[in-house]
Design a protein around this ligand. Structure first.
Ligand code: PMP
Length: 460
């Protein structure tokens, strides 16, 4: 049997096991069973490899998380050492361990000003559910038990657990589980390209920020607990708010005594060119949620960062915080996260994303805007979006039944590039370690695949 045949047989066996026994996240299983899952077997640097030996450049850093790239010895060593020394212990009932103590201190150093205490979870979703419980507890301790409604935004993505999915504003996530839960409401988001119409970005920024104030006044500030938002909306289509948006949101939250909980799961750890999206966009959070880049995805770990407003109340509650996971601050995950943060600092990855690497990425991204199928490119740091449109001038979309973005993504897979399609918005978010030659390759492939999509549509 040839090597290629052996690989193909092995791939088939994995696909069969998988199809028979594995319920995948966010997957249409009939389609998957018919096609067979792509089996990824290894990864190095900015590249992933499948079981047939194909190499793909990972323009999405996994799910927006592998900041330091794949295969880093430093992280493997840190995890191995912790596995031998203290593979497990918990932080319940007045115990701790060096890994979680050191990670907490490091996070206090790098997170936005005022964020100084941390609760650990295992995923971004758990982080947000934990944050919602903290917010409720805070207002109960403050003797304002009516202040419970949480306002989030349309097209937001905050995860899949019950509260996190209720916060999310991607409505397709709701009906299967009868969500959102009571007490979660959504306001429009600052998606100027899609929804701004004839308004200038500034006018639209102000309008969508003021939608928060209108909602607070409608509900009564005495009933509103918090506003929850991503600095830049990721899974909703890389929505970068107009420059005046966040200043107005800061003002409104302060005026009405509303907790501002900022979901930094995608924007954290250098993605936007500073340590956190809050730093880049001038946000003044009371609390933040982080995951993904915290460990570069090498271990499941998330953290809720708490500023003094909420922290002083929770830490002086005089009663037990009745919440926590068996694996909160898991020693191996904490050790890997700490090694990851040290590596990000040592290699100056945040400075690079905000400097030369980010500038080169943005230059290459902007070059795609001359393409007949591209209505707009936009980006910050190492985040980039490419809007595929029917009419560049009017911003008219293709009919969603044409699945233009999906077709483009199919071409990407076939040509060795991972680029995400969110409707007809193509998104890139590569590892922060990507170099210029790799960016040339990535954007070259992106252009080729947009060309192929245009050809399918009879445009080129
Ligand atoms: N918040 C944001 C902003 C996210 O992008 C995500 C995941 N894409 C989550 C929360 C949920 O994180 P997890 O998948 O780790 O639960």
């Amino acid at each position: 049997m040839s090597e290629a045949q052996a690989k193909s047989n092995q791939t088939k066996r994995w696909q069969e096991m998988d199809a028979a026994h594995h319920l995948h996240p966010f997957t249409q299983h009939n389609e998957l069973a018919a096609q067979g899952a792509r089996v990824i077997t290894r990864a190095k640097g900015v590249y992933i490899y499948d079981s047939e030996g194909n190499r793909l450049i990972d323009g999405m850093a996994g799910l927006w998380c592998v900041q330091v790239g794949y295969g880093r010895q430093e992280l493997a060593d840190a995890g191995y050492k912790a596995l031998l020394e203290l593979p497990y212990y918990n932080a319940f009932f007045q115990t701790t361990h060096p890994y979680v103590a050191e990670l907490s201190q490091k996070l206090a150093e790098v997170t936005p000003k005022g964020i100084e205490r941390f609760f650990f979870a295992n995923s971004g979703s758990e982080g947000n559910d934990s944050a919602v419980k903290m917010i409720r507890f805070y207002w109960n301790l403050k003797k304002q038990p009516k202040k419970k409604i949480i306002i989030a935004r349309e097209k937001a993505y905050h995860g899949v657990t019950m509260a996190a999915a209720s916060l999310s504003g991607l409505t397709s996530m709701h009906p299967q589980a009868d969500l959102p839960l009571p007490g979660f409401v959504h306001i429009p988001c600052p998606y100027w390209y899609g929804d701004g119409g004839d308004l200038t970005p500034e006018e639209f920024g102000l309008k969508t920020a003021r939608a928060l104030e209108e909602k607070i006044l409608e509900l009564g500030a005495e009933n509103v607990a918090a506003f929850v938002a991503e600095p830049i909306q990721g899974a909703g289509g890389l929505i970068i708010p107009p420059a005046n948006y966040w200043g107005e949101i800061n003002r409104i939250c302060q005026k009405y005594d509303i907790i501002l909980h900022v979901d930094e799961v995608i924007c954290g750890f250098g993605r936007t060119g500073k340590w956190f999206g809050s730093d880049t966009l001038g946000i003044e959070p009371d609390m933040i949620n982080m995951a993904k880049g915290l460990s570069s995805g090498y271990q499941p770990i998330a953290a809720v960062g708490i500023g003094s407003k909420v922290g002083e109340v929770l830490f002086n509650a005089g009663e037990e915080w009745s919440h926590g996971f068996t694996y909160s601050g898991h020693p191996v995950a904490a050790a890997v996260a700490l090694a990851n943060l040290e590596l990000i600092q040592k290699e100056k990855l945040v400075e690079k994303a905000g400097g030369a690497t980010g500038a080169y990425f943005q230059k290459k991204l902007a070059e795609l805007s001359d393409h007949p199928l591209v209505g707009e490119t936009r980006g910050v740091g190492l985040l980039g979006a490419i809007e595929l449109v029917k009419d560049k001038k009017t911003r008219e979309r293709f009919d969603s039944s044409m699945s233009v973005g999906y077709q483009c993504r199919v071409h990407c897979f076939a040509n060795g590039l991972i680029m995400r399609a969110i409707g007809d918005t193509m998104v890139l978010s590569p590892p922060l370690v990507i170099n210029e030659a790799e960016m040339d390759e990535m954007f070259g492939l992106a252009r080729r695949c947009i060309d192929l999509t245009a050809r399918d549509l009879g445009i080129l």
